[in-house]
Design a protein. Structure first.
Length: 39
């Protein structure tokens, strides 16, 4: 759960720095990484 909270904080920062379109791309990439965690 702690890791998920960090991800939310990162996403909030990304939305401020990047344009909405780029932010959505990063969100999609993050979801893929969370779905397929690197061991």
């Amino acid at each position: 759960m702690e890791r998920f909270q960090r991800t939310n904080i990162s996403l909030a920062n990304v939305k401020i720095v990047f344009s909405p379109e780029e932010a959505m791309k990063l969100v999609k990439e993050l979801k893929v990484q969370l779905s397929n965690p690197v061991k």
